[in-house]
Write a protein that binds this ligand. Structure first.
Ligand code: MSP
Length: 521
């Protein structure tokens, strides 16, 4: 298997400022990217902003700004957010960049040369908010009795001359592709949703607009701009160097054993799992290996929306609860793929019970004991008992379980597997009571402390993708060298060594409500 892994977030619309839903996708991709890097893969992680189209043009007009000025301002907000979230992205793409305009125009030319683009007239329903065309049969009636998109977005009847892509012609090839690649879409329920949508028949797709000009000009016919989704989806290959056959393009996209995956929200699955593969097939380009659609967050039980004014600002959440705490909560609270409810009581609850009490205390208790009673020197173990071995074996068994979970983006399962061992380790401390052994059996006490240090080393290495800063502090406290923190180090020959002087311990996961929280935890 190749060791190249490419992961992308959707590129975010710049019509508005970032909210917790955007932060969620970025954090999920960051966790995936960090996991794969620690597991020895060559990783490329891409995020960025989607800047063209009617929605952005409209938002700029409403604000009395030029589209470019609005894009510059809001793209920067998304870029700043990657830093606030600790995202380890290797690139940040903007669709207004020259490299992207060139890439889209080259793809267009290629499709046209293959006879995949024709000029015609489009009549139908369009929702600017979704930047999507809808079939009459898909529309629903809202509470006010109006016909709207399934997402609730208002629709308008559009009549325009535009270029069209023969999507219907790709129906059978798409179905054959899904049949041959059952892991192309996760979770399974989304696979089934896409499959039946395609099976139900596809309409040809309008891929240019003439009613406004904020977009990438169609080569050779500049009164048209490209439909924003063909522009947006192409970002994933632009960032690898398309249309040039660069080393990155080969490594992360066209090599048969490379693994490219798109992480998206459930609302944009049709674009990624139907339109995008069809465009790529039509252009004779390889397809990504997987698209995973996550669920949506409500806020304290309500849909998050501009009109309700309840959008959660991720910057505020980081300032209030701490970055690692927010990352942990978002990945832990709901099975990835399901919808979830964002509630501040739930964040505080998880911080206190799972981070501060369960993991924080586990590390803090034995480390401060060593500092106070053993001059900060980690003792060497004697013979291991069955209980010692059981805990260490549980630790050694974690990596395969984590890999299995991450193969299908089951972040919550990975966290649950690790916390099972955290609970085991806490049970072990209670039963072994090393503090009581100090007088009665110091040799046994030494073994217990060493076993605990080794267990916490495993746990801290594995939680790095979720809580990178806190995991690093924990590994610092165990004096684990920065270059000895990958998954390849999760073996007995890299175990903590008796005789090592440990730095003065410090609590890593403060309780929420402590004055320390939010100050860079
Ligand atoms: N620009 C397109 C994507 C183009 S990708 C080639 C777009 N942008 S978006 O800014 O509207 O949304 C970006 C992502 O945020 C989507 O994956 C969407 O699902 C996600 N979320 C928006 N609101 C959300 C929640 N309330 N909860 C979770 N994620 C949500 O779509």
């Amino acid at each position: 298997m190749s060791r190249a892994f490419y992961i992308t977030t959707p590129i975010y619309y710049v019509n508005d400022k970032p909210h917790i839903g955007h932060a969620y996708t970025t954090i999920a991709c960051d966790v995936m990217a960090r996991f794969k890097r620690l597991d020895g893969f060559q990783v490329k992680f891409l995020t960025g902003t989607d800047e063209h189209g009617q929605k952005v043009a409209k938002a700029a007009a409403e604000k009395g700004m030029t589209p470019q000025a609005l894009c510059d301002q809001n793209s920067q907000n998304f870029r700043d957010l990657t830093v606030t979230l600790g995202a380890s992205n290797d690139d940040f793409i903007r669709t207004t960049e020259a490299r992207h305009v060139r890439s889209c125009q080259a793809l267009w030319e290629k499709l046209r040369a293959k006879g995949e683009i024709t000029l015609g007239k489009y009549e139908g329903w369009y929702a600017v908010r979704d930047e999507a065309f809808y079939d009459e049969a898909e529309l629903v009636t809202n509470a006010a009795g109006e016909k709207v998109a399934p997402s609730g977005a208002p629709v308008e009847w559009m009549v325009e001359e535009n270029y069209s892509f023969p999507l219907s012609k790709w129906q059978d090839r798409l179905l054959a592709f899904y049949d041959a690649n059952p892991d192309f879409i996760g979770p399974k329920a989304r696979f089934n949703e896409v499959y039946s949508f395609v099976k139900g028949g596809l309409m040809d797709l309008s891929i240019s607009r003439t009613a406004f000009s904020w977009g990438i000009p169609v080569p050779g016919d500049e009164k048209h701009v490209m439909y924003v989704w063909i522009d947006a989806l192409t970002n994933y290959i632009t960032a690898l160097g398309h249309p040039d056959d660069t080393a990155d393009f080969k490594t992360f996209w066209s090599a048969p054993d490379s693994f490219a995956m798109h992480m998206v929200g459930k609302d944009i699955i049709r674009f990624h799992c139907v339109y995008w593969p069809a465009f790529l097939m039509a252009a004779d380009l390889p397809l990504p290996k997987r698209v995973f659609a996550h669920g949506w967050w409500t806020v304290e039980g309500q849909k998050m929306s501009k009109s309700l004014g309840n959008a959660i600002d991720p910057n505020e959440m980081v300032a209030k609860y701490g970055l690692d705490q927010l990352r942990y909560f978002l990945m832990r609270e709901v099975p990835f793929g399901n919808d979830g409810d964002f509630s501040e009581a739930a964040i505080a609850g998880r911080i206190n019970s799972e981070l501060a009490n369960a993991l924080g205390n586990l590390a803090q208790r034995f480390l401060s004991f060593i500092a106070k009673n053993l001059g900060g020197v980690l003792p060497a173990p004697g013979d291991l008992t069955a209980e010692d071995k059981a805990l260490l074996e549980a630790c050694a068994g974690l990596l395969p379980q984590c890999r299995k979970a991450m193969e299908v983006q089951a972040f919550h399962d990975m966290i649950e597997a690790i916390w099972t061992v955290v609970r085991d380790a806490n049970g072990y401390v209670d039963r072994q009571a090393p503090w009581a052994l100090r007088k009665t059996d110091p040799a046994r006490m030494n073994t217990v402390l060493w076993v605990l240090a080794e267990a916490v080393r495993h746990i801290a290495i594995l939680i790095q993708p979720f809580v990178p800063t806190s995991a690093a502090k924990m590994l610092d406290q165990l004096a684990v060298a920065p270059d000895a923190r990958t998954f390849a180090h999760l073996t007995a020959d890299h175990a903590v060594k008796g005789g090592t002087t440990l730095p003065t311990p410090e609590g890593v996961f403060p309780r929420y409500g402590d004055p320390k929280i939010g100050k860079g935890a």
